[in-house]
Design a protein around this ligand. Structure first.
Ligand code: GDP
Length: 332
């Protein structure tokens, strides 16, 4: 144990990814695959484990794998994720799985002396009535939105675990909080997807089905800040290399839009001119959660992907998925 602690506290800064053993957990998901894509020319040795190879909820298996493979840097992306409906209906699954996965990966990172770890949290960790734009200091200052509380508590526990290992053992573990993500590799499940994928799919189906309208959940008034996954992947790598002094960074694009505006933009991208109908039996969730991203901006990072271009690329990805039977089966 003493030896492990010494390793943890003697870590210097990371200057380059070249030759480094980098573990990206959850590499098959939307964000994980974006992080993998971003490593095309870095000369790093990527460690990738599918769920079949390593179940991240299995404490003994995770530790054994880490001891054998000795990652030096970790992008901890792997988590059970889903949209507002999935979170409202499967709270036990979200909280249990994420608590187990985080504990195993973060404790394992300490045990094997990982040089630096970046953990991905979520904007739902902030209080539902937090002052906008929401600064990192708002964490744990008020009640959470009921629709997403279990998932949020899990992610807050992950942030606090990183902080605790920093404080107690000097581990260089940092958390990032993104806004609502979208992009290639999204989950288009009719019930479990996030807002962009959900609206994109239903608008596309309305268009090809010759319908005159498409349905948007809630009343259209909540506001959401969007970020393309490639921008978040870029920011996480930036933080890995930067002399980041804080343990928590918001990573947003610094503007939000109403769900009704978002639906209008998506309809334009898809080329559907029908009417938007609101299903108010579905949850609105938190009304707004615009992040204050000045902390990461002060490190010199900013997003590169403009919303409309990003949404177009997301739609192209969806169309691409529809071309193969396996992918069609995967999107449900
Ligand atoms: P959240 O930001 O954590 O609430 O996650 P979501 O990405 O699921 O966004 C939920 C917001 O988008 C709520 O205000 C929903 O009412 C609204 N929304 C509108 N249409 C959809 C849809 O098709 N899927 C989802 N997930 N949300 C939708």
């Amino acid at each position: 144990m003493a030896e492990t602690n010494m390793m943890a506290s003697s870590k210097g800064s990371v200057n380059s990814f070249a030759g480094k053993k980098v573990w990206i957990t959850g590499h098959k998901g939307m964000l994980g695959s974006a992080v993998v894509r971003s490593f095309a020319n870095e000369g790093a040795k990527l460690l990738l484990t599918s769920h079949a190879e390593l179940d991240l909820t299995d404490q003994a298996a995770v530790l054994a794998w880490m001891e054998e493979n000795r990652p030096e840097l970790i992008f901890h992306v792997g988590a059970k994720v889903g949209g507002i409906h999935a979170n409202a209906t499967l709270p036990a699954d979200f909280l249990r799985d994420n608590l187990m996965i985080q504990s195993n990966v973060i404790n394992g990172a300490h045990r094997v002396g990982v040089q630096k770890l970046v953990f991905v949290a979520s904007n739902c960790t902030y209080p539902t009535k937090a002052q906008q734009p929401i600064s990192e200091d708002a964490l744990l200052t008020g009640p959470l939105d009921d629709s997403i509380r279990a998932y949020a508590v899990g992610k807050i526990a992950g942030i606090e675990l990183c902080r605790a290992y920093r404080k107690q053992y000097g581990c260089n573990f940092i958390s990032v909080i993104p806004p609502n993500l979208y992009g290639p590799g999204d989950n288009y499940h009719p019930q479990h997807s996030h807002v962009v994928a959900g609206i994109l799919r239903r608008t596309h189906e309305a268009k090809v089905g010759g319908k005159s309208e498409f349905v948007v959940w809630g009343d259209g008034t909540p506001r959401r800040e969007l970020l393309h996954v490639d921008d978040l992947a870029d920011a996480m790598k930036y933080i890995m290399l930067a002399p980041a002094t804080h343990d928590l960074y918001n990573v947003g694009c610094s503007h939000d839009l109403g769900i009704s505006e978002l639906a209008t933009i998506i309809a334009k991208v898809i080329g559907f001119e029908g009417k938007i109908v609101y299903d108010t039996s579905k949850l609105n969730g938190t009304m707004c959660k615009l992040l204050d991203s000045s902390r990461i901006r002060s490190l010199g990072w900013k997003p590169k992907i403009e919303e409309k271009a990003g949404l177009r690329s997301a739609y192209e990805d969806f169309l691409h998925l529809l071309q193969t039977p396996e992918a069609r089966a995967r999107i449900g």
